[in-house]
Write a protein that binds this ligand. Structure first.
Ligand SMILES: *Cc1c(COP(=O)(O)O)cnc(C)c1O
Length: 386
């Protein structure tokens, strides 16, 4: 499968850099569009925090997707790259006044509001502009996602959303506010979720909440179930595109929508993760007392997922066909957690070899930092390296 990389062109770039296979990205977007084509009331928003590279955003926006933002900077980035404000939803536990004002000025589709205190501020800021803010309330459904603890968001102990026990009060408050239009409910239970039972549990919870609203004669037009669909980090070649059909079918089968309701999704990782690889050069091979280290020029400043979430990324030596040897692949940053993989088998590696750290298109480039005064990695698309 090494043939998937333009190794010759890679040789001419300064490493490390991200490489985005835009053919795969387009195939992934088409798989999503095909899977939702039989559900005219489904609306998919790309969660831009996964990857906000303008070239990636352009492709996603041209495919007709909306955007899910979690900051004012993301709202600006989306609009700058062609997304219609009419398709922007905006969540976040701590929205600053300038961010709310930006959303109001741009007339974004909806604020996903995470507390009554925030609701009051949005109402005030909207009133000052003589506008009405469309609002979904983000409800914490207390549904566990069986994923890494740092990326669950829908448990009662998490900081996100409004507790179910406070929902009625929040709705009542929203409905009496003059510059708020309450239009729906929003949920998001976590990330890298591969077990459809977790989404099934979310559907069941939403059904209960909707029955409760029915009894109170409250109806909403919009239900937003967030994102979180995971990808196969172990098999980027065999499973390059997630099973979107199974994902959307889970909601189609289990979620009882009311007449005229629109169901929104906010997929990030599942859209962009598999199309991206971090390409890095081997600087040194060091024989430790018990181990062999491949020391590469990329570090946790370029891809922090292994250090932050103990995430696994498949690594391949794309310039060697030699027999396999076992290595710890480590970066140059002065942190013991700057390790991409421990005791993995690679084709025998030498100074100057290129390694591809796979499935790095989501939460990769966008989380890069300047720590150690490092330069930021560049991202190249297939078109740019042909
Ligand atoms: C991060 C986030 C998403 C996207 O999550 P993925 O796991 O990348 O699909 C969607 N909605 C909200 C509110 C988020 O914070």
């Amino acid at each position: 499968m090494k043939g998937i990389f333009p190794v010759q062109a890679f040789r001419e770039q300064r490493t490390p850099f991200y490489y985005y296979d835009t053919t795969l990205l387009r195939q992934t977007l088409k798989a999503i569009s095909d899977a939702v084509s039989c559900h005219p009331n489904y609306s998919v928003h790309y969660a831009i925090k996964a990857n906000a590279n303008p070239k990636i955003l352009n492709i996603i926006c041209q495919a007709g997707f909306g955007a899910d933002c979690v900051s004012g900077g993301e709202i600006q980035r989306c609009i700058d790259n062609g997304f219609s404000p009419k398709k922007i939803v905006y969540a976040g536990v701590g929205k600053s006044d300038w961010e709310i004002n930006l959303g109001l000025d741009r007339n974004i589709f909806c604020f996903n509001v995470e507390s009554i205190a925030e609701l009051e501020v949005i109402n005030e800021l909207a009133a000052a502009k003589g506008k009405t803010a469309r609002v979904c309330l983000r409800i914490n459904p207390d549904v566990g996602a069986h994923t890494h603890a740092n990326i669950t968001t829908g448990l009662a102990e998490n900081k996100f959303g409004i507790a179910m026990s406070d929902m009625d009060e929040a709705i009542a408050r929203a409905q009496e506010m003059t510059n708020i239009e309450f239009i729906g409910l929003h949920f998001h239970i976590g990330s890298q979720i591969l077990n459809m039972d977790d989404f099934a549990a979310l559907c069941n919870r939403i059904n209960e909440l909707q029955n409760h609203l029915d009894r109170n004669r409250i109806s909403v037009k919009h239900i937003n179930v967030g994102g979180g669909l995971g990808i196969d980090y172990n098999h980027p070649n065999r499973v390059p595109i997630p099973d979107f059909k199974a994902y959307f079918n889970t909601f189609a089968k289990l979620l009882k929508l009311r007449e005229g309701q629109i169901l929104h999704f906010e997929l990030g990782r599942a859209v962009v993760a598999q199309c991206g690889s971090l390409i890095t050069k081997v600087l040194y091979v060091k024989q430790g007392t018990a181990k062999q280290f491949a020391i590469v020029d990329a570090g946790m400043t370029d891809l922090i997922r292994p250090a932050l979430y103990q995430a696994y990324h498949k690594i391949e030596n794309i310039t060697s066909e030699e027999g396999k040897q076992t290595y710890d692949v480590v970066g140059p940053i002065c942190e013991s957690s700057d390790v991409f993989a421990k005791a993995i088998d690679l084709n025998a590696t030498h100074r100057g070899d290129l390694l591809a750290i796979r499935s790095a298109g989501a939460y990769g480039e966008i989380m890069a930092s300047r720590y150690n005064c490092r330069p930021m990695p560049t991202g190249y698309t297939t078109e740019e390296l042909e």
